[in-house]
Design a binder for this molecule. Structure first.
Ligand code: ADP
Ligand code: ZN
Ligand code: ZN
Length: 730
């Protein structure tokens, strides 16, 4: 009798599966794809996942090794998840072993068993309900928590935690008095009186999705900021969960998570789990396990949550689908948004891609009739759209990024006790330190980049490689003391504001100011509590925050994105402008947006401001069609880097020659060329663009070609990677 051959995904950067035999001859326990095995590899052993079982192997029988042991009795990964991982590995051209390992929670990678922490729910007892009705004096937190339990007929520990940081003590007090008690999980049911009545467009969107819950149906939900998209998600989720299915909600990387999650947990009384990078390893494992065994009804997560197994998938949602954070930019370069669509298709379930500024890919799919279009054209709850004023900076008083119009507007806003957001796409104090006497500039020694000045810490930092040195007062070249700080960063603008407007309370929101765990939440809390008048921030500000009291948004430098080298630069800038602008006037007061520019007549700005995002997209798509750029072509970018300047280009030249030799009619290669920033962290970088007429053509071309690249002698002198559907061309 021949033994089965186990095809194992081993976590190494090699594009193939590895064949092994069962632990012993005559092994009888079931061996199915999806179980983890410990395998001998090189001189050590490692943990892999069985992704296939075959009857033969290309490796000669005597050379086949046996797995050391089988870790799981039951498959850890179900067939649908394995299929997704295999598909992702093939499509994005990344080694299957790294794909599988990279998408498992760390503790599973280390061989631990799936683990579900017991989670409790608490409800008010009849005595508690009576006392609450009579009014509880002197214990406001207890009263509030009890009120929540009554509203929702039970509340989870996670929802309690979202409601009140120190929830355990008041909960213990409630239980000790017999006013609250632990209960069984209850089915999904929203607090009725908290649900707004949907407006006609929202209702139409909900009806459209709910009409086809049992089949793959993709939707683009295009709704201006604050139009009630989240409300639409919530209704559809309730329906799907009521039918006994699970919903997966993907959200962008930062900023959104605390608020959006709290909102989902507060509104849905079913079992909502979060899966994002802020969790401990144990929390991640627990959330993953609950998704897999079906004890979670809703999984809300960032990018990598797209790989979490679901016991009963019934709905997929990608919120802010245009967001760049859905594309992983290093290692396994996958698009979580596109994989969510693949998953929905495999599961025969609807997928809703929501955004105020849908990606051009999504709009193109709508135009081709592949995706249904749902539109929410006005703000929910009656808020009016913000007014956008283009401020022509030319020959206006202008100091540290602040022009006179902006200063006046800020004074008005703070006089009314409202708040403002100032957006500038650079952190630090100033992006350049220049000697006025000799022209010396503080550059990074390891990158083709200037060092950025961080005033408060007295440091010069490279934002690309992290190198830093002390801030200097004298030029190291000529000794002059006339060393000038050029350009603007958040730190400089925040400082300038404080000295321009007496008593102004300014907060900063950028990666420096929010690095510590909990720091972002602290800033958000201060803004919500009204302890801040103005927030100065980077694109972090654009991420879906809901600040009802913000009535002014200023974009300090709208010109940054107008002249980018990347063909997507204008799309990104338009999205960013509208997303930032969307933060203004979300409450009951109208908002205003000030757009500072030295190019008020730039056609893109004019289209965007006068005709709106839709017209901008139509124009840009027409341009892309003429230029045969994505989505009218399909790209892959091969990047290479090395310590020697010539090595990357010489490898890519060989790669280009291989491509030409394959003479694929619908595929061409461009380059190689040095990367826009050629040297980074001491390494020289270059890239080669693969330009295919379609996705199909690209996918036919890549596997054979990449196998050839792996065998090239020049490949050994560089680090190289493939990026399929690259979102950034650098
Ligand atoms: P989006 O996700 O599009 O930014 P939200 O769903 O967050 O919009 O809605 C914005 C605000 O309007 C929220 O405070 C929400 O509670 C409220 N809202 C949503 N739909 C309605 C509605 N139909 N009636 C009244 N208020 C609504
Ligand atoms: Zn000098
Ligand atoms: Zn550097």
């Amino acid at each position: 009798m021949t033994e089965p051959v186990l095809q194992v995904a081993v976590p190494v950067p090699i594009r193939r599966r590895f064949d092994y035999l069962p632990p012993r001859p005559g092994w009888t326990p079931p061996l199915r794809p999806g179980v983890r095995v410990r395998v001998p590899f090189g001189r050590t052993s490692t943990i892999g996942v069985v992704v296939g079982i075959a009857s033969t192997s290309a490796v000669d029988a005597p050379r086949l090794k046996r797995v050391c042991d089988v870790i799981d009795a039951e498959p850890l990964l179900d067939p649908a998840t394995l299929k997704l991982l295999t598909w992702a590995s093939d499509y994005f051209q990344h080694p299957i072993g790294e794909v599988v390992a990279g998408t498992l929670p760390k503790l599973l990678r280390l061989g631990r068993a799936p683990k579900s922490e017991r989670r409790m729910r608490y409800a008010a007892s009849p005595a508690g309900a009576r006392v609450f009705a009579e009014g509880i004096a002197g214990a406001p937190v207890q009263a509030r928590l009890l009120g929540l339990m009554l509203d929702k007929g039970g509340i989870s520990e996670a929802a309690l935690a979202a409601e009140h940081r120190g929830w355990r003590r008041p909960l213990r007090a409630l239980i000790a008095k017999g006013w609250a008690e632990p209960v069984q999980d209850s089915p999904c049911r929203a607090r009725r009186f908290d649900r707004p009545i949907l407006n006609a467009e929202q209702q139409r969107a909900v009806d459209a999705v709910e009409a086809r819950l049992e089949a793959f149906s993709p939707y683009v939900l295009e709704g201006v900021t604050s139009s009630g998209k989240t409300e639409v998600y919530l209704r559809v989720i309730e329906e799907v969960v009521a039918r006994g299915r699970q919903a997966l909600v993907l959200i962008p990387e930062i900023g959104l998570t605390p608020q959006l999650l709290a909102r989902f947990q507060a509104r849905l009384s079913c079992r909502v789990e979060a899966l994002h990078s802020g969790l401990s390893d144990g929390e991640r494992l627990s959330a993953w396990t609950h998704a897999r065994n079906g004890t979670a009804d809703v999984l809300v997560g960032t990018r990598s949550a797209v790989f979490a197994p679901l016991a009963r998938p019934g709905l997929f949602i990608v919120d802010e689908e245009h967001d760049l954070s859905f594309k992983q930019q290093d290692g396994f370069r996958y698009s979580a948004r596109d994989l969510a669509v693949v998953r929905a298709r495999d599961a025969g379930a609807p997928i809703v891609l929501g955004s105020a500024t849908p990606s051009l890919e999504a709009i193109d799919n709508v135009r081709r009739g592949r995706y249904h279009h749902l539109v929410l054209p006005r703000r929910a709850g009656g808020a009016s759209p913000p007014r956008i004023d283009v401020v022509d900076l030319r020959s206006r008083p202008f100091d540290n990024g602040l022009c006179d119009v902006l200063i006046e507007a800020l004074e008005e806003v703070t006089a009314r006790s409202e708040q403002a957001l100032l957006f500038i796409n650079r952190r630090g104090y100033a992006p350049r330190l220049l000697c006025h006497a000799c022209g010396w500039v503080a550059d990074c020694g390891r990158c083709d980049a200037h060092l950025v000045l961080h005033h408060a810490d007295g440091r010069l930092r490279c934002h690309h490689c992290g190198a830093e040195r002390a801030l200097i007062a004298e030029c190291p070249e000529c000794g002059s003391g006339d060393v000038r700080r050029l350009g603007l960063g958040t730190e400089r603008v925040a400082g300038a504001l404080e000295s321009r407007i007496e008593g102004l309370r300014v907060a900063r929101m950028d990666r420096d100011a929010t690095r510590r765990r909990g720091a972002l939440e602290a800033v958000l809390d201060r803004v919500h509590a009204g302890d801040v008048d103005v927030v100065v921030g980077t694109q972090m500000l654009a991420k879906g925050h809901h600040f009802p009291n913000v009535t002014l948004v200023a974009i300090l430098d709208a010109d940054g994105g107008l002249f980018g080298i990347d063909f997507r630069a204008t799309e990104r800038m338009a999205q960013l402008l509208l997303q930032v602008a969307g933060r203004a006037g979300r409450g009951d007061r109208p908002g205003r947006v000030l757009l500072q520019t030295h190019h008020p007549n730039h056609p893109l700005l004019r289209t965007l401001v006068l005709d709106g995002y839709r017209k901008f997209c139509e124009d840009t798509l027409d341009e892309r069609r003429r230029a045969r750029l994505p989505p009218f072509a399909s790209f892959a970018l091969v990047r290479a880097e090395a310590l020697q300047r010539d090595a990357p280009q010489s490898f890519l030249r060989d790669a280009g020659a291989c491509a030409s030799a394959r003479s694929h009619p619908r595929v061409s290669v461009l380059g190689p060329a040095p990367s826009p920033m050629e040297r980074r962290a001491g390494r020289y970088r270059a890239q080669l663009l693969v330009d295919a007429a379609s996705r199909v053509a690209l996918q036919r071309f890549l596997p054979g070609w990449i196998a050839e690249l792996e065998a090239l002698p020049s490949a050994r002198k560089v680090r190289w990677s493939v990026d399929v559907d690259p979102q950034e061309m650098v």
